[in-house]
Design a protein around this ligand. Structure first.
Ligand code: GDP
Length: 429
């Protein structure tokens, strides 16, 4: 049984918490795309952790964590992250790294920084983790797969070939120091020795696990609106954030994904540049940012303050549709308890035309939010375990959103902890 846990919005919806929670009853958790450019924050019995590359199942003894072939693998960051959890008494997790995963090279990170510098004010708001140069090289077929680390002759030949091109760009476009081939080879040898104990054919491992009836979670990074094809291009990430890509990035059959748990936050937040129709500013935004998430809406990887906005039904309906949501997990609802009235973006006005369909980017940039206000519930809903026990206005908010997005909200998250979850029957399911 394979389930995907993915984001409907811009990321930071609380996928880490939902994955960590579902991992209790899962055998294997797989990361299938993206790299260390975003993070999940997880609060559990060991404390509070920010994970970037490790799947959110590493805190259990019974799970295996897989870094799939679709991931942008930054080997030193992976090992720093393993150390950061084992240093805090988490038992060493079982980790498998796909032999087909590609490696984030030191020069990818430099190229990311140099390109942002070159673009100045017109930059894409990259986290400078090397992700765009990494995926560019992957599709230009000059990336390095993990298995290639174990063939020295191949490695040297490839370094010779790739470095010629990189150094021309470094010298003539960026005017920066050139790559030293010997140094690069040494670095890759270090990477090889670090990763060697974990490398395997993870697609075959997963195939066997599916046959044995194991429960597998595919953990997505970011959300629909950051998908390369379906997101707010070009202010997107360089890999697909959709559940469908889980089949590719993990190496399993698409029909094995039986559930797509799409995580949707009860308000909006986004990092980086790009159209954000329901965005709010000033004191209103500061207050939501300060109260948001678990200790404020600041990036898990970058610490950057996130841009804030009200719940966007247009973007979320689209986000759930492209994911193929079978279930919606509606998160961080507790945070809205301070508001007298809760504004919700229910439609867009694009040049006088009212729409509930998410438009292409250049039209999205012109969209103005149509806001409806729902009454608040003015109390703390943390600790509530049953849907019926939520205040009436809170239930009305959930039901209003469900009707607007058209996908079943079967889970409501009312706190950052594993147990802060309310299951709910939905008439849409
Ligand atoms: P992800 O990238 O989708 O995993 O999201 P992040 O982990 O970066 O951001 C979600 C933040 O919200 C984290 O700080 C979580 O601990 C926190 N969080 C998740 N669910 C809830 C919830 O229901 N209520 C509150 N207050 N915080 C939550």
């Amino acid at each position: 049984m394979v389930k995907a846990v993915v984001g409907a919005n811009w990321g930071d919806e609380g996928k880490g918490k939902i994955t960590d929670m579902l991992a209790e009853k899962a055998d294997i958790i797989v990361r299938y795309q993206g790299g260390a450019n975003a993070g999940h924050t997880i609060v559990n019995d060991y404390g509070k952790f920010a994970l970037h590359t490790l799947p959110s199942g590493v805190f259990y003894n019974h799970t295996t964590s897989v870094i799939g072939n679709g991931v942008a693998l930054n080997i030193p960051i992976l090992f720093d992250e393993i150390k950061s959890i084992t240093d805090r008494n988490v038992p060493m997790p079982k980790i498998l790294v796909s032999d087909r995963a590609q490696i984030v090279m030191p020069y990818h990170i430099l190229f990311d920084q140099y390109e942002e510098e070159r673009l100045g004010g017109k930059s894409f708001g990259s986290t400078k983790s090397g992700i765009a140069p990494f995926y560019s090289d992957k599709y230009a077929k000059i990336g390095f797969q993990v298995n290639e680390l174990f063939d020295d002759e191949l490695l040297k030949e490839k370094i010779d070939r790739v470095v010629v091109q990189k150094n021309i760009i470094l010298e003539h476009l960026y005017h920066k120091p050139l790559i030293d081939k010997e140094e690069l080879l040494n670095t890759l040898h270090e990477y090889r020795d670090m990763v060697a104990p974990y490398v395997c054919d993870t697609a075959t491992f997963l195939e066997n696990a599916i046959k044995e009836g194991k429960t597998i979670l595919l953990e997505g990074q970011l959300g629909t609106l950051k998908d390369t094809d379906h997101g707010i291009y070009p202010m997107v990430t360089s890999s697909s954030t959709l559940a469908a890509y889980g089949a590719i990035g993990a190496g399993i059959a698409p029909y094995e994904i039986k559930e797509v748990i799409t995580v949707c936050k009860a308000y909006s937040s986004a990092v980086g540049a790009g159209a954000f129709v329901s965005e709010i500013f000033g004191d209103e935004a500061d207050e939501l940012r300060r109260r948001g998430g678990d200790g404020g809406e600041f990036g898990a990887t970058t610490g950057r303050p996130r841009r804030m906005g009200w719940f966007d039904c247009v973007a979320s309906k689209y986000g759930c549709r492209l994911q193929g949501a079978t279930d919606v997990a509606f998160t961080v609802l507790d945070v809205l308890g301070y508001l007298d009235e809760i504004p919700v973006c229910v439609a867009y006005d694009v040049d006088g035309e009212i729409t509930t369909d998410f438009p292409v980017t250049h039209k999205l940039e012109k969209a103005k939010p149509i806001i409806e206000k729902l009454p608040g519930w003015k109390c703390d809903i943390r600790g509530i375990k049953k849907y019926e026990d939520l205040p009436e206005n809170c239930r009305k908010y959930v039901e209003f959103v469900e009707e607007k997005i058209g996908y079943p909200i079967t889970m409501v998250s009312n706190g950052p902890g594993r147990d802060d979850i309310i299951y709910r029957e939905s008439k849409l399911k």
